[in-house]
Ligand binder design. Structure first.
Ligand SMILES: NC(=O)c1ccc[n+]([C@@H]2O[C@H](COP(=O)([O-])OP(=O)(O)OC[C@H]3O[C@@H](n4cnc5c(N)ncnc54)[C@H](O)[C@@H]3O)[C@@H](O)[C@H]2O)c1
Ligand SMILES: N[C@H](CO)Cc1c[nH]c[nH+]1
Ligand SMILES: [Zn+2]
Length: 433
């Protein structure tokens, strides 16, 4: 029997109780921060030597020489041929749908010319080399290979470097096959904070990249946040979360399984159910008790629900929206009669799954939108991984001789106001008379 925390919005301490249960500190504690700091320092100072040590310590991978951490491209192709036809076709269908969706996101360069001939614009360019983190500690994620790599391909990134932990040296052929389909350039069997550090600083074997993207556990998420600045990062995509809002009229077993689907990722994953119907919360609780023993990963699920799961009773859908926007969940399922009307009032969520027939799991694999999404309430300011994460922009400015007169005068006045006379004179040199 799993006892999930139960909150009612009418209780006086509802909001502080909710905030405590959501807290990121509850997941990434000081010990994790200290461990990650030490790993980053070691990789920065000792490169491959430290990378081999940590890979052995945390993943049980016994490798004598760092170059052996790289998987040859021929091995990726062999994995693709070796998996079943059904699996290969499923990967291909998913890849096509993900690519088609992401093509809509591609930004193009633009410019316009003012009446005096001055040209202004923005030049959009792909990044040169990116690092793709594919998680692999407690489960293998071929879907995350596709979600990371395909938007980068659409953007036109020149070089894709993938890292993935292979616990005890076990390589997952679906992961390698997905890398072949997505056209990843190089793959290294490293994970955790040490992989993030290797990509950020470079080692003798792992090339340094311009940006690191992809989801991972608290060690990965903490490492990414610490190397930001040295390299770009996409967002904090940590342990998975799901928030289901149900009006009480969906099969309780469907909802229980949707909660399990994210809880099974990790003990630190978070599953929350919100409903204005208290009896429905009881029915889902019963369904959870019935279904949980039937699942392979029941221990992980039970631990996740016990430590981080929440059942919340609200008075109505307006209150539900208030709670949703406060939580800013990674995945939001709206299992209600008119989901589109409600979705238009959601301000913060990584992805919104609308209607009783839209299982969040579909989005994890093949709907098309990216499954790398902001977690830990960062959907307040972050977006799903997308083509835009692999593009950057340069401003374009070309003054016409006439434009340099008008703009030069404005700049000169403002520069002198700031006391920066070299700026002022630089603009004034171009002024006629
Ligand atoms: N937000 C998203 O978009 C998204 C998508 C997919 C998966 N996820 C999440 O990614 C996570 C994947 O986690 P995972 O563990 O399976 O794989 P992972 O690859 O993220 O982490 C495994 C690595 O963690 C490191 N590690 C483990 N224990 C450690 C310790 N005690 N000290 C130092 N390092 C340690 C090891 O280096 C290991 O290689 C899950 O939480 C899942 O929910 C999120
Ligand atoms: N739910 C994860 C994102 O939080 C993605 C995933 C991959 N495989 C299964 N699920
Ligand atoms: Zn999932």
């Amino acid at each position: 029997m799993v006892e999930m925390a139960r909150l009612d919005i009418v209780q006086g301490d509802f909001w502080p109780c909710l905030e405590r249960r959501l807290a990121w500190e509850g997941v990434a504690d000081e010990t994790v921060v200290a461990t990650v700091r030490e790993i980053l320092k070691a990789i920065r100072c000792r490169g491959d030597e430290a990378l081999l040590e940590y890979t052995q310590r945390f993943d049980g991978l016994e490798i004598a020489r760092a170059p052996e951490l790289e998987i040859p491209i021929s091995r990726l192709q062999a994995a693709l041929v070796g998996i079943s036809r059904e699996q290969r076709e499923a990967l291909q269908v998913a890849a096509e749908r993900i690519t088609a969706y992401h093509r809509h996101q591609k930004q193009e360069s633009w410019s316009y010319t003012e009446p005096d001939g001055t040209l202004l614009g923005q030049q959009v360019r792909p990044l040169d080399r990116v690092g793709l983190y594919v998680p692999g500690g407690k489960a293998a994620y071929p879907s995350s290979v596709l979600m990371n790599a395909l938007p980068a391909k659409v953007a036109g990134v020149s070089e894709l470097i993938m890292v993935v932990p292979t616990p005890k040296g076990e390589m997952n052929d679906l992961v390698l096959g997905a890398a072949a389909i997505a056209g990843v350039d190089r793959v290294f069997t490293v994970g955790g904070a040490q992989a993030v550090a290797a990509l950020a600083f470079g080692t003798e074997s792992v090339p340094r990249v311009d940006k690191i993207v992809g989801p991972g556990n608290m060690y990965v998420a903490t490492a990414k946040s610490m190397v930001f600045g040295q390299v770009g990062i996409d967002m904090i995509a940590g342990p998975s979360e799901i928030l289901v809002l149900c009006d009480g009229r969906t099969e309780p077993e469907w909802i229980a399984m949707d909660l399990f689907s994210q809880a099974e990722h990790d003990e630190t994953a978070q599953a929350i159910l919100l409903s204005p119907d208290g009896a429905f919360l009881d029915e889902v609780t019963e369904a959870i008790a019935r279904l949980l023993p039937t699942l392979e990963r029941h221990e992980v699920i039970a631990n996740s629900l016990r430590s981080r799961g929440i059942l919340i009773k609200v008075e109505d859908l307006d209150q539900a929206l208030e709670v949703i926007n406060f939580i800013a969940p990674e995945h939001l399922e709206l299992s209600v009669e008119d989901p589109q009307a409600l979705a238009s009032r959601v301000r913060h969520a990584g992805a919104i799954f609308m209607g009783r027939y839209t299982a969040e799991a579909i989005g994890d694999y093949c709907a098309g939108p990216n499954h790398v999404l902001p977690t830990s309430r960062t959907a307040r300011f972050s977006s799903p991984l997308g083509v835009y994460d692999f593009q950057k922009r340069s401003s374009l400015i070309q003054c016409s001789p006439q434009g340099s007169q008008t703009l030069g005068r404005v700049a000169s006045v403002l520069a002198r106001g700031e006391g920066l006379t070299a700026h002022a004179r630089s603009a004034e040199y171009r002024l006629k008379g």
